[in-house]
Design a protein around this ligand. Sequence first.
Ligand code: HEC
Length: 146
Amino acid sequence: MSLALDSAIGRRFAAASLTDDSRTVSEKDKMRSHPQVPTVLGALIAAVALLTATPSRAFDEEAAKALFKKNDCTKCHAPAKTKKGPSLKKIAEENKGKPDIEAKLIKHLTTGPKVKLEDGTEEEHKIIETKDKAELKNLIEWILAQ
Ligand code: HEC
């Protein structure tokens, strides 16, 4: 009887020291993972900074596209393929890095110069319907980034 009790106590002790052990292990784990928290946070912050930095260019793409569509520019220009007018990609390639390009394109879009369409006919280029210089500049920056 006392032997059975002893062994029962012994088992309980063993069980208690087992749970103690496992608690110690999980606490060690916690302690070990604590120093990683700043690292993980730092990585997260860096990732978020990267994610938000990449698409934030100098222009507002949605606004540029909306203005482009609203003015029916899409009738003659597409991002990558030639329509009645050159593709935006081609326009960007031909104009990128040129001095005073912004002033030149603002003039192009506000004065209606004679242009030659792909079918050989000539007409005055569409004058953009906006009085907002910033909006116009934004559109030009978007075009030049194609
Ligand atoms: C009827 C067809 C047509 C429409 C509509 C049209 N374009 Fe054009 N666009 C042309 C053609 C053709 C050229 C090529 C001119 C050339 O190289 O002589 C051109 C050239 C351009 C250029 C390049 C100018 C340069 O000097 O390199 C830009 C920028 C441009 N268009 C923007 C626009 C925008 C923005 C709109 C809308 C407001 C628009 N276009 C509407 C036919 C069109």
